[in-house]
Design a protein around this ligand. Structure first.
Ligand code: NDP
Length: 465
């Protein structure tokens, strides 16, 4: 019977949780998984929600179970699996049906698939919040044809996280706009995590605090301006004991960070857009440095250990530095979204992006509500220039400078915080130093420069005469 509202392919971590979420909100969902045993297992786990779920043994059965015009949500790994599933589904679907990719796709792939699918619609949604979010309310960043969005909006808004009555799901433009927003979300996530890790490093190696004490610091910060999911879980992680050793779990976790590529994509796309997202770039590079464990151990043997104890910083300095770093990072991230929107003609609603990120996603934080308000006041203005955030920066950039300087003096690497500070200093220097670069370029390549005094362009220095 063709009665289900939507089909879902891929009952992995995210797909299974989303299917249960959809069923719980009263929608009918047909599910299919490449490995059939997983479907059986999933139906057992579904309990009473199984009444709203149709398990399909084949893709044909899946398609037959969905009410036309059909919508099929793919929750499979990004890349080839998505193309394989589109190829397998396309002959079974009809014009007017719709395939939705809910994985972490590269937005270029989403743009390509949009162009390729012909009569069958294609739509890209970024889903954030991990398994818990997918099950009980993720943040959803959608992109594609507006008419397709209108078709799936009721289901996506019903399953999304709720922020004070507003669903954290929205449409951000045609083509790959939704997956682009998700990519930048993940880039910011890398940066937030890195800055927290840097502050953790100062607390641990500089100030000699134990994990439990560090957890208490994060708990306190989570009750203030830095309130966020990532600060909250950092406190929990720091306070958690390892069941095997009895000591802090952080002491047994290898210091090499994994990554699946979305942070790197953010940095790459930022370069294409000439959008400075230096904090995110530093965070991606720091994960790469972290993975070179053998080389780091050899360098420590050769040069001596980096981190040295320091007594010149307080916990309040660190809180203020993290606050400043966060504002600068988000100012860069929203600036990148604005640049992409201009480049691709997406006409993206930046305050709506901030609103969607307020709940359900990994970077959710108290500050995002203020960011949404600041962006709504003037979407064309850099976030760091909005009076609310400019006032906080005026109060905190001194602490960011002190923390970066003291960390540097004591051999503690703080690449993301340093990048934020350098960006801040660069951006508030009206007369910069690129006149030297332009002079060099003209000297060796006759690239020409603009003159300050008369405003003329394409001028050359006397060295070429
Ligand atoms: P999992 O690895 O848990 O599950 C992957 C699913 O895809 C499985 O059902 C698997 O089936 C199926 N699959 C894998 N390859 C193929 C293929 N070639 N053809 C058909 N089915 C295939 O992944 P997640 O649920 O974690 O992730 C799904 C997507 O969501 C990814 O794009 C991921 O980046 C994204 N995402 C993940 C988040 C997370 O926290 N995990 C958060 C946000 C987004 P089988 O059982 O047969 O192996």
């Amino acid at each position: 019977m063709s009665e289900r509202d939507i089909g879902l392919v891929g009952l992995g971590t995210m797909g299974a949780a989303l299917a249960l979420n959809i069923a719980e909100k009263g929608f009918g969902v047909a599910v299919w998984n490449r490995t059939g045993e997983r479907t059986t297992e999933f139906m057992d786990e579904a309990g009473p929600l199984a009444a709203n779920i149709t398990p399909a043994a084949t893709l044909e059965e899946l398609v037959a179970a969905i009410r036309p015009p059909r919508a099929v949500l793919l929750m499979v790994p990004a890349g080839d699996p998505v193309d394989q599933q589109i190829a397998a589904l396309t002959p079974l679907l009809s014009d007017g049906d719709l395939i939705i990719d809910g994985g972490n796709a590269n937005f270029h792939d989403t743009e390509r698939r949009n162009a390729e699918t012909g009569g069958i619609g294609f739509f890209g949604i970024g889903v954030s919040g991990g398994e818990e979010g997918a099950r009980h309310g993720p943040a959803i960043m959608a992109g594609g044809e507006p008419s397709l969005w209108q078709r799936i909006e009721p289901i996506l808004k019903a399953i999304a996280a709720d922020y004070e009555g507003e669903p954290c799901a929205d449409w951000f433009g045609p083509g790959g706009a939704g997956h682009f927003v998700k990519t930048v979300h993940n880039g910011i996530e890398y940066a937030d995590m890195q800055m927290i890790a840097e502050v953790y490093g100062i607390l641990r190696d500089g100030m000699g605090k134990g994990s439990d004490e560090i957890g208490t610091v994060f708990e306190r910060w989570n009750a203030g301006r830095l309130q966020s999911y990532l600060i909250e879980i950092s406190g929990i992680v720091a306070k958690t004991a390892d069941t095997a050793s009895g000591g802090p779990i952080l002491d047994v976790i290898v210091d090499a960070a994994g990554q699946k590529g979305t942070g790197r994509w953010t940095a790459i796309e930022a370069q294409h857009l000439a959008a400075p997202v230096t904090v995110i770039e530093a965070a991606v590079a720091a994960r790469n440095v972290s993975s070179r464990r053998t080389a780091r151990a050899e360098a420590e043997d050769l040069f001596g250990t980096g981190p040295e104890p320091l007594s010149s910083l307080t916990v309040d300095d660190l809180e203020a530095a993290l606050t400043a770093g966060k504002i600068l990072c988000y100012s860069q991230g929203f600036g990148m979204l604005a640049a992409a929107s201009d480049r691709h003609g997406w006409n993206m609603n930046l305050p709506a992006v901030a609103r969607v990120w307020r709940a359900g996603c990994i970077i959710r934080s108290g500050m995002l509500d203020d960011m949404a308000a600041a962006l709504a006041e003037d979407p064309g203005r850099a976030l760091m220039m909005a009076p609310f955030f400019a006032d906080i920066l005026k109060d905190t950039h001194g602490s960011l400078r002190k923390v970066v300087a003291e960390a540097a003096r004591h051999g503690i690497a703080v690449p993301a915080l340093s990048a934020g500070l350098a960006y801040f200093d660069g951006m508030r220097t009206a007369r910069g130093t690129a006149n030297m670069i332009q002079g060099q370029r003209d000297y060796f390549g006759r690239h020409g420069f603009a003159r300050l005094d008369d405003g003329t362009e394409g001028r050359h220095g006397p060295w070429a005469d």
